[in-house]
Design a binder for this molecule. Sequence first.
Ligand SMILES: *Cc1c(COP(=O)(O)O)cnc(C)c1O
Length: 400
Amino acid sequence: MKPYLKTTPDAEGFFGDYGGAMLPPPLVPHFAEIVEAYEKISKSADYINELRYIRKHFQGRPTPISFLKNLSELAGGARIYAKREDLNHTGAHKLNHCMAEGLLAKYMGKTKLIAETGAGQHGVALATAAAYFGLECEIHMGEVDMAKEAPNVTRMKLLGATVVPVGEGAKTLKEAVDSAFGSYVAQADHALFGIGSVVGPHPFPMMVRDFQKIVGVESREQFVEMTGELPDIVAACVGGGSNAMGIFSGFIDDEDVDLYGVEPLGTSSNLGDHAATLTYGQDGDIHGFRTKMLVDENGEPAPVNTLASGLDYPGVGPEHAHLQKIGKVSYTTADDKEALDAFYKLSRHEGIIPALESAHAMAFALREAKNHKGKAILINLSGRGDKDLDYVVDTYGYGA
Ligand SMILES: *Cc1c(COP(=O)(O)O)cnc(C)c1O
């Protein structure tokens, strides 16, 4: 059988029924250019070697796998391990795809990176890549988010990015996406759009998966070296789904490894209270591709809610919708309370303060450990919690 990653997506960017590219006409030639350039550049020895060099000497890869001995004992059952993407430069997995997007822009002869950002994590990672490659960087951000996430605005500016405030509508992520796309259309001859997850029109879901695959490739090798075998379960939180696709990529052809995506259940399973798209959503089109999404009574993207701002997207990467449909990956949820509990436990018992996003994957491992005695669970610890400290402590204190 051909390896899964080699056969998916198809030439039009479809993962089974999901994905594709529904583009405004002016963008069609620009996306065709990206598809063609990526096909060529991604196979060139210069590009591959330069990316390898960056991974090692700038990002600090490989990141380790840690055995969480104390939490494994506390949870009572499976051994729990964490892939430490919190130790990647800038503190999360996002730099894995941002550096590759910057490198692709350079090889394509582009001089600028454009993107939107919600809480600012993607904006900071992309601005870091732009600084490294000497590219201009334009980040669109809702005015409400800019006020909420002021330290990330400061970081982006220090890194040399232009932050464009978006004052339309609710002044948050959705308006920032529209604003960034509009600006990109006008500059597509010299700019590349730096998408922040395995979402968007083809070829972005495929490219971002390829850029994150390093997490899975390292994990598989490191885990076997550490334990002599493969993990029984691999789990990751799912917002758009890039850190999950990264670690899943290393194990996707291993029949004996069960893969789990963990979506945020927020405060309840009522529409508007969560962002569990695969668990409660339906088929639909959003931001130029077909996937599963949460919709309101008018068929518009529904409001979403979770304490982890990096997970609050009413759509999801099309490949996850496909993997769910074909039964290759199971999707489940963790709510705000479980994620907070995992946040405190990982901090107190292991000395690792995780991002609230990653705490959802941890919550799953803590919950499932007792049902898998003698087995091994590997989670992707997608990022560190520095960005969440003030919010958590001001709102919930220091935990029990
Ligand atoms: C952005 C972010 C996520 C969610 O994005 P995915 O594309 O679903 O991986 C998860 N964890 C951290 C730390 C993030 O910054």
